[in-house]
Design a protein around this ligand. Structure first.
Ligand code: URA
Length: 210
């Protein structure tokens, strides 16, 4: 497996992803499953966040106890499919900040076009988790990380559900230091830039725009 690519093999994640892949899975089920998988993957994605300790008082005595080190983390969904992962992540990190980045894929060139960016001015020094269910060509994720790096965060992680080999290699060429977390590495892209076997258009399946 490539360096900095983490496949989350947990049985619950794998089982739920299979349900999501099925053509017959309804929008209601799909939406719930994306949230559940995001929650489960949150543990892996944040496994190596820096820690420190603080002094607290339990009902029994004072102790030094572990806490996350630094500013609140920032979740960055790539609109619109990335929004599907946001709810589950916010269940686990209720105080996380959210930055939105709107990038669509030109259907003809498959190139990314940024149309929206709204983030707190204080991304500097923070840990960012970029969210997009599908790492297909990799162009949108690369463009999003290009943009986020300009804000000088402490770290950037990328979380997706399904990655294509083409997208993985494109992303890792440009941003080798950004850790990628995925539930599956699929076979390949088709001529329209969709992942095979994949799960179809994640945005359409989350929002019912099929
Ligand atoms: N985006 C999707 O939603 N699905 C794919 O297969 C590729 C890109």
């Amino acid at each position: 497996m490539k360096k900095n690519f983490h496949l989350v093999r947990h049985p619950l994640v794998q089982h739920k992803l299979t349900l999501m892949r099925k053509k017959t899975t309804s929008v209601t089920e799909f939406r719930a499953l994306v949230s559940e998988v995001a929650m489960l993957m949150a543990y892996e994605v944040t496994r190596n966040l820096p820690m420190t300790t603080e002094s607290i008082v339990t009902p029994m005595e004072r102790m030094r106890a572990p806490v996350l080190k630094g500013e609140k983390m920032v979740l960055v969904p790539i609109l619109r499919a990335g929004m599907g992962l946001l709810d589950g992540m916010l269940q686990i990190f209720p105080s996380a900040r959210v930055a939105h980045i709107g990038i669509y894929r030109d259907e003809r060139t498959l190139e990314p076009v940024e149309y929206y960016f709204k983030a707190s001015k204080t991304l500097r020094g923070r840990d960012l988790i970029l969210l997009d269910p599908m790492l297909a060509t990799g162009n949108s994720a690369v463009a999003a990380v290009d943009r986020l790096k300009g804000a000088q965060p402490r770290s950037i992680r990328f979380m997706c559900l399904v990655a294509a080999p083409e997208g993985l290699s494109c992303f890792q060429k440009r941003h080798p230091e950004v850790a990628i977390y995925a539930a599956a590495l699929d076979k390949k892209l088709n001529s329209r830039g969709y992942i095979l076997p994949g799960l179809g258009d994640a945005g359409d399946r989350i929002f019912g725009t099929i």
